[in-house]
Design a protein around this ligand. Structure first.
Ligand SMILES: Cc1ncc(C[n+]2csc(CCOP(=O)(O)OP(=O)(O)O)c2C)c(N)n1
Ligand SMILES: CC(=O)[C@@H](O)[C@H](O)COP(=O)(O)O
Ligand SMILES: [Mg+2]
Length: 627
């Protein structure tokens, strides 16, 4: 590799360049980024939009002493490339490679680990106040997108920061996009701020002020006032106690760098509003930032292509189909998504039932309590939510839903490991954290057809039911059709899938398939449990009485998971049977290929067979192996 970029191994190298060299570097960086992501897959359009902002931040601020907290962190590839990880970009999001998100353990330049949105202002404020407590002079910077800004947590942090005197800079990276087009009143407000009059006026003023500034340090006081001159009067952010600056063009280094240099001199909480374009510099991504939000591998010359043969529908698509079918059947149904329309398979539902579709923004807590309110009035809410993001709405689920025994369907997508996004996005904990809440049930479909049917079962209940299903597709089981299609499976009932001897494998969810394969070699019984709560006690006890060993298999945390529920049930029934619990261990599982990760954890057919054989092996042999 030649060119300027090849000389940058850290921001210190960057800071040795002249300002005149930076536009060329930005071009190289963008080109490198595009070709790198095209080879690995990953979050593209957000990163294309932050090239200049990243350069400007590392150029002006003394990173890593000054701290940058990137909200969500899906826009940090330019940051990774400039902070010593250029050569590792080929390993992005692969097992053993670098993460797609900032990681404190990966680099001293990653001040804070992110991936779930809207945490940056809180974390940066914490860092700013820590510097204050310790008498250290450093800047803490939160870079937050307009989508992430919609979350309550961002506003909680603004509310707190505005009355504290931390050296905090919040940069709103406003590209007028979330993953989907942005929603809500805040978006409307930001659009007003960016409307022609404000935007061009602010830009003009900014350029005049900065061109005339002779020497930044000597003119600190004057610049402070001038920077305030960039302020659009009485913005929401000023009312929160910030000095609001902007909007400025986030792709114009000539605006960004002097503005950031000015801001460095200002006291108190600062708020800089930059305007960027998602997908900037790659025409196809600019035209369709949604498709290029998180693409797989592609050829940059031709862009994303439709596969030659139609792939199996994903579980998300199965959910989307069920949602449309049930909505057509029952007028009371409404669908809710916290900003994940595409990922949750709700595009068609949105098109066909726009009045019954609610994208509430990145607001999982609100989504759940909003659904509770709807349920109080006889509406039938279906909340589509990734397992990992439901973690945000735990109290809402306990206090607002379960305690009042309100009915709703929680379509819990991305349950289990998710692959390239890694541990931040893994749906590892939903069974343990849901099964301890009264009035909440959990269905674990083993394939697509069961998923469809169990959604119907969930919809028919008088309390909250989560239906958990994984990312991607399963065995490709054909979906029900015809007049009976929307008929559910029996609530709380499993099914015997194979009769064997000695060992009974109880499978919860899609790991039923490898369990069936392992059972052939082991001549084991296999039960498709279908429900983690309630357990099918009748079936469980019948199986327990006729076998020597119970093996539970789930793609979720072992601790407190479905296997634990089985243990509790056996104990309550005074059946002292050994239970081998297979699932996710008590550690975070890194990013990588989903299938390989499962094999590595012994959750494929060979692994299940191995674990059972090891359990059955005479103790002497096991001890021998261990010593
Ligand atoms: C708590 C949470 N909910 C949902 C998501 C999924 N998500 C990732 S990026 C994103 C959109 C972010 O939009 P914005 O902050 O404007 O960044 P942009 O992609 O536009 O750069 C969403 C909804 C998430 N990461 N965290
Ligand atoms: C950054 C983020 O949270 C999302 O973009 C997420 O990576 C999407 O994951 P899926 O690809 O599983 O929808
Ligand atoms: Mg955005």
């Amino acid at each position: 590799m030649t060119g300027l970029l090849s000389t940058i191994d850290s921001p210190a190298d960057l800071r040795r360049l002249t300002r005149a060299q930076l536009p060329a570097l930005a071009t190289e960086l963008r080109d490198f980024l595009l070709h790198s992501v095209a080879r690995t897959g990953g979050h593209l359009s957000s990163n294309l939009g932050t090239v200049e902002l990243t350069l400007a931040l590392h150029y002006v601020f003394n990173t890593p002493e000054d701290r940058i907290v990137w909200d969500v962190g899906h826009q940090t590839y330019p940051h990774k490339i400039l902070t010593g990880r250029r050569e590792r970009m080929g390993s992005l999001r692969q097992q053993g490679g670098i993460s797609g998100f900032p990681l404190r353990s990966e680099s001293e330049f990653d001040a804070f680990g992110t991936a779930h949105s809207s945490t940056s202002i809180s974390a940066a404020l914490g860092m700013a106040m820590a510097a204050h407590q310790k008498g250290e002079d450093r800047q803490a910077i939160a870079v937050i997108g307009d989508g992430a800004m919609t979350a309550g947590m961002a506003f909680e942090a603004l509310n707190n920061a505005g009355v504290l005197d931390g050296k905090l800079l919040v940069i709103l990276n406003d590209n007028d996009m979330s993953i989907s087009p942005p929603v809500g009143a805040l978006n409307r407000y930001l659009a007003q701020l960016m409307s022609g009059r404000f935007y061009s006026a602010a830009k003009q003023v900014g350029k005049q002020v900065l061109a005339k500034a002779p020497h930044l340090f000597e003119l600190a006081k004057r610049l402070e006032e001038q920077a305030k001159g960039l302020v659009v009067p009485a913005t929401l952010f000023e009312k929160f106690g910030f000095n609001y600056i902007g909007p400025i063009d986030g792709h114009d280094l000539e605006s960004l760098i002097p503005t950031l240099e000015n801001i460095k001199l200002l006291e108190g909480p600062q708020f800089l509003h930059v305007v960027t374009k998602k997908g900037r510099g790659y025409d196809l991504a600019e035209a369709d930032p949604v498709a290029y939000h998180g693409p797989g591998k592609f050829d940059p010359k031709v862009g994303l292509q439709q596969p030659a043969t139609a792939p199996k529908p994903t579980f998300s698509q199965v959910f989307g189909r069920w949602l449309c079918d049930m909505a057509a059947h029952d007028q009371r149904l409404v669908g809710i998504t916290p900003a994940m329309r595409e990922g949750s398979g709700m595009v068609e539902f949105h098109q066909r039932f726009p009045d019954r579709y609610y994208d509430v923004g990145i607001a999982e807590q609100h989504a759940v309590t909003f659904a509770a309110g709807l349920a109080c009035e006889g509406i039938k809410p279906v909340v589509a939510i990734y397992s990992t993001f439901l973690q945000r709405a735990y109290d809402q689920l306990v206090h607002d839903v379960a305690l009042q025994k309100l009915p709703m369907v929680l379509a819990l997508d991305r349950a289990g490991l998710v692959g390239a996004d890694g541990p931040t996005h893994a749906g590892a904990y939903d069974i343990p954290f849901l099964r301890c809440i009264p009035n909440v049930s959990i269905a674990c479909p083993a394939d697509e057809a069961e998923c469809y049917r169990l959604l119907s079962t969930a919809y028919a209940q008088d309390h909250a039911v989560a239906v958990r299903y994984p990312r991607g597709s399963g065995v490709g089981a054909e979906l029900p059709t015809g007049p009976e299609a929307l008929q559910g499976l029996p609530f709380g009932k499993g099914e015997l899938r194979r009769q064997g001897q000695r060992v009974a494998i109880l499978a919860f969810g899609t790991l039923l398939q490898p369990a069936l394969v392992a059972a052939e070699a082991l001549d084991a019984t296999v039960v498709n449990m279908r429900w983690a709560k309630p357990l099918d006690l009748e079936l469980l006890l019948e199986v327990a009485r006729s076998h020597e060993l119970i093996v539970t298999v789930e793609e979720g945390a072992i601790a407190g998971g479905a296997g634990s529920a089985v243990l509790e049930a056996l104990q309550a029934a005074r059946l002292p049977l050994p239970v081998l619990q297979l699932g996710l261990p008590d550690r975070f599982i890194e990013h990588g290929d989903h299938g390989k990760l499962l094999s590595g954890l012994g959750l494929d057919a060979a692994g299940i067979e191995r674990s059972v054989q090891a359990w059955l092996a005479p103790a002497a042999v096991v001890q021998g192996e261990a010593s």
